[in-house]
Each structure stands twice: as structure tokens, then as C-alpha cells.
Design a protein around this ligand. Structure first.
Ligand code: NAD
Length: 503
């Protein structure tokens, strides 16, 4: 029996093949446990359970209030088990215990509560005023799609699982989730919460397994009605192709290379802190990280030296220590990818002005190859590959500009459009710039502040659709227009007769 099993139809089960894979703590490379490894057949089992729960179970016809009560219960249980979830999240992903405790677990519970509120407050049926064809009456019913799958990335496993399952379930759909293999544990643990909250079997299913098999099944199976994916743009493209076979709607939250603009009127000390937080939080493994800092030429040198000074104070070490700012990367492979980009940066730009080497002085037992120091390249051309490609690591490109127009042009010179910031002493000037940046979120004098109550998503190749906010609930329902002609006999008012008089 695997230490961590798949959650299908309300029960924990092994993969049909009995296969498992080992999940490790990336700081120490010590195993945490064996995880059941789902293949296509297991994915089909989970989809079938969700299909049956939707077609035959009580969930879709329950009232919004009843579904909301279940989601609120799940949030409450998550909070009651916060420490256990936070520790597992940090150990499995390498994200700091601080992040897990203050962002991941409360964020996941907050998302469930927000979507519970949506289930309560968003009406299922809306009467439409006036009539284009009097005396007909018209109304719209908002109905769930059916089986919704959610494929989530490694960087915020529990949070992304709740961003997917929360709105799907609140709207009356059933759900199958697949976390990334490096970080499957907390999403699988959601099954315990679903059991305790007494969710009907099959309403929530969670499987761990490779993207190329289990993941592809979730995106292509004809019993699936909608797919939501968060991950790289490359895999997002594949998800769209797979979903197109049966014209499934897709929500895609993809990569980014966001610009954080530091204007000449900003409080430079605060702007430097915001810039470092905006780039190095979770080792830069955040889709909307401000990995391009665009800095006004008149304050450039002063700002860059503040960045270097403060970056040098960031603490690298075990993710389980509350003092740590940067833990290990999620995996050896991710650390190697980041180091390859740092080597590329040396060729394109020259040596970084800080970082760029492995950290020294790590505690015994920590695997140094999995850690990357915060690294800053200065004087970067926006056309450089390190400024154009998503690195997904603690690497900041600093780029000078001369005017607001030029800052906007550089910010928009990207295939991505997910996040971004403007650091300024003049909020109105910040808003004028925000209006011109083609991106899904702009923070003025802030960064990374994401709430379930506000929409989140990308322009351009950063994605399709919005998660969170009211929009993030509404995309899990479709509108059915019902037109009622009160005339029941030949003597009634028949508009169609005008178009086809001979019937
Ligand atoms: P990834 O694209 O490698 O994997 C994401 C998920 O897709 C995993 O569960 C993986 O198993 C699965 N997968 C892989 N290949 C698949 C396939 N062919 N078919 C179906 N599923 C497949 O991404 P990652 O490395 O886990 O995460 C990092 C990426 O996620 C970055 O590009 C980052 O920007 C992005 N991201 C975006 C957002 C956002 O909201 N826009 C948020 C977080 C992360």
C-alpha cells in the first residue's frame, strides 16, 4: 500500500497497477514517502466517479446554500489542521514554512470560503426584463458544466488545488484534480477533508501521476466537460489541443515575465524591498513574479545598490525554519534549469551584480546543489533571452528606462502579460501607467497581493479566462436561456409565422 494514495469516489485507493513513486524533501533529498502513481486507467476511474456523481448524485441539484455549507466545513477543517498541512506543504515543495503557514493554508481556506459565498449569493436563475418577442417571458438559468478537471503546478499545490476545486464544486460541478508529481501530498490530503466534511462520493477526486499520461487523460477524456490548467505556457498549448477534440472550454493560467516599474518619484528604500519581495518570494517560482525591474535612469544607480545591499541580507537555508527567506528550489532539475539561465545571463550581460553562485554555509544535511542565491543582472537589454524567457527562479533582470512611455513599451514587449507593478510617489501617475500595461494584474506600490475576492489571470500567452473573483465562479457555469411563449393554441401569438407562414 502506498503511503499516500489516490482519492477516488470518496475512498483512498492504490493505483490499479500498484505502482508508486518516491517523493522527497528537496532540501535534504530524504524521502517523505511513496505516492500511488496514477496512469490513464486510474485517471479514467476518477473521471468515471466524477461523472456518476454528477449524473446520478445529489451534488448538482443541491441548493447553493447546501453546497456552500460543505465548502465552509472544508475550509474550517483545513484551518483546524493548518499546522499539519503547512508542514507537509513546506517539506514536499521546498517552499518556506512561513509561506505555507501564512499564505498557502489560509489562502486555500480563504478560496473555499469565497466560493462558498459565491454559491450562496450568485443566483441560479435570473428573470430577464422586457421581451424581444412579446408576450414571451425569458429567463436565464446558470447551470454547472458537469465534470471539471483541474491540473495544477508545483509552486502552490494546495492553493491551486482549491482555486480549481473550490469554484467547480461551488457551482455544482464535480471535480478531478491532478497536482504536479513533485508536490502531490497536500492535494491528496484534501481527500481527508472531503471525507470529514461528508462530501458525496465522487464529487471530489484527486490523483497523482505523470502529466503525459494521467494529465493528458484529464484534458482529453470525452466524459470531461471543462478543463482548468495552471502551469507552463508550453503545456497549456498542449492542453488546448487535447481539449479541442470534444470542444471543452479551457481556463489557462500560464507563464509570465512581469515588469515591475520603479519611477523616479518612488520611495526608493520601500521600492527596493517591494522589488525583492516581488522577485524572490518563493525563490521566484511564482508565475506573476516581477522578474524584470524597469528602473528610471535618474535613480538607477542608487536603486541598484539598495537592491544589492538588501538581497545580501536574505536568509537561505532549510525551508522548515521560520527565519528562512529562500529554501531549496522545488527539485534538482529546477535548480539546474535556473543555473543554466544564470550561465546564459553571464554570456548575454556579464556577471550578475549579486548571487550567481551556490550559497555557502548551509547547515549539514542540506543539499547545496538544490539551492540558488538571489541573483541580479543589471543593465539588461529587454531583448536578452534572460529578459524574455520565464526562468522560474530567483533571477532578477534590471533594465533602465528614460520616460513613462518607454517603461510602458518595455513592459509590453513580452509574449506574456500576467502581473506587474508600478512603484511611485504619485498614485495617479501609477494608474495612468497601469491602464497602458497589457497584463492581468497591476500592483501600485505593492506586489504579489492576491485575494480570492479579486480576479486573477493573464493577457496574451499568460492564459485564457480569469480565476477568483466573481468571474472565477461564473466560468464554472453556463447560461441557458429559456423562452416561454404563454400562448398555447393556434389563436395565440406566433412570431415564427411571420418568417414561415406556410407551415
Ligand atoms: P508544468 O506545465 O510542467 O506542469 C503543470 C501540471 O501539468 C503538472 O501537474 C504536470 O504534471 C501537468 N502536465 C505536464 N504535462 C502535461 C500534459 N502533456 N498533459 C496534461 N498535463 C500535463 O508546470 P510546473 O513546472 O508544475 O509549474 C511552473 C509553471 O506554472 C510556470 O510556467 C508558471 O508560470 C506556471 N504557473 C502559472 C500560474 C498562473 O496563475 N498563471 C500560477 C502558477 C504557476
Amino acid at each position: 500500500m502506498a503511503d499516500f494514495q489516490l482519492f477516488i469516489n470518496g475512498e483512498y485507493v492504490d493505483a490499479a497497477s500498484g505502482e508508486t513513486f518516491t517523493t522527497t524533501d528537496p532540501a535534504t533529498e530524504q524521502p517523505i514517502g511513496e505516492v500511488a502513481k496514477a496512469d490513464r486507467g486510474d485517471a479514467q476511474r476518477a473521471i468515471q466517479a466524477a461523472r456518476t456523481a454528477f449524473d446520478e448524485g445529489p451534488w448538482p441539484s443541491m441548493s447553493g446554500e447546501e453546497r456552500a455549507a460543505k465548502l465552509d466545513k472544508m475550509a474550517e477543517l483545513l484551518e483546524a489542521n493548518a499546522e499539519r498541512f503547512a508542514e507537509m506543504e513546506a517539506r514536499d515543495s521546498g517552499g518556506t514554512i512561513k509561506k505555507a503557514t501564512f499564505a498557502d493554508v489560509p489562502g486555500a481556506a480563504g478560496a473555499l470560503r469565497w466560493f462558498a459565498r459565491m454559491a450562496r449569493e450568485r443566483p441560479d436563475e435570473v428573470e430577464l426584463e422586457g421581451s424581444p418577442f412579446p408576450p414571451s417571458e425569458n429567463y436565464v438559468r446558470y447551470e454547472p458544466y458537469g465534470v471539471c478537471t483541474g491540473i495544477v503546478p508545483f509552486n502552490f499545490p494546495l492553493l491551486m488545488a482549491c482555486w480549481k476545486a473550490g469554484p467547480a464544486l461551488a457551482a455544482g460541478n464535480t471535480s478531478v484534480l491532478k497536482p504536479a508529481s513533485y508536490t502531490s501530498l497536500t492535494a491528496l490530503m484534501l481527500g481527508e477533508i472531503a471525507q470529514e466534511a461528508d462530501l458525496p462520493p465522487g464529487v471530489l477526486n484527486v490523483i497523482a501521476g505523470p502529466g503525459g499520461t494521467a494529465g493528458e487523460e484529464l484534458a482529453s477524456n470525452e466524459m470531461v466537460d471543462k478543463v482548468a490548467f495552471t502551469g507552463s505556457t508550453e503545456v497549456g498549448r498542449r492542453i488546448m489541443q487535447l481539449a479541442s477534440g470534444t470542444i471543452k472550454p479551457v481556463t489557462l493560467e500560464l507563464g509570465g515575465k512581469s515588469a515591475n516599474i520603479v519611477l523616479d518619484d518612488a520611495d526608493l528604500d520601500i521600492a527596493a524591498a517591494v522589488t525583492l519581495f516581488g522577485t524572490f518570494f518563493h525563490n521566484g517560482q511564482v508565475c506573476e513574479s516581477g522578474t524584470r525591474a524597469l528602473v528610471h535612469r535618474s535613480v538607477y544607480d542608487e536603486f541598484v545598490s539598495l537592491l544589492v545591499d538588501r538581497a545580501g541580507k536574505m536568509v537561505i537555508g532549510s525551508q522548515m525554519d521560520f527565519e528562512t527567506d529562500l529554501g531549496p528550489m522545488v527539485s534538482r532539475a529546477q535548480a539546474e534549469t535556473v543555473n543554466r539561465y544564470i550561465a546564459l545571463g553571464r554570456e548575454e550581460v556579464g556577471d550578475p551584480i549579486c548571487g550567481g553562485t551556490a550559497p555557502d554555509g548551509l547547515a549539514d544535511g542540506l543539499v547545496v546543489d538544490n539551492f540558488v542565491r538571489p541573483t541580479i543582472f543589471s543593465g539588461v537589454e529587454n531583448s536578452a533571452r534572460i529578459a524574455q524567457e520565464e526562468i522560474f527562479g530567483p533571477v532578477l533582470c534590471v533594465i533602465p528606462f528614460e520616460s513613462d512611455d518607454e517603461a510602458v513599451a518595455i513592459a509590453n514587449d513580452s509574449i506574456y502579460g500576467l502581473g506587474g507593478g508600478v512603484q511611485t510617489g504619485d498614485v495617479e501617475r501609477g494608474k495612468a501607467i497601469a491602464a497602458r500595461i497589457k497584463t492581468g494584474t497591476v500592483w501600485i506600490n505593492d506586489y504579489h497581493m492576491i485575494s480570492p475576492e479579486r480576479p486573477f489571470g493573464g493577457y496574451k500567452q499568460s492564459g485564457i479566462g480569469r480565476e477568483l473573483g466573481t468571474a472565477g465562479f461564473d466560468i464554472y457555469r453556463q447560461a441557458k436561456h429559456v423562452h416561454t411563449n404563454p400562448s398555447t393554441g393556434r389563436d395565440g401569438y406566433m412570431h415564427f409565422a411571420a418568417l414561415s407562414a406556410n407551415i
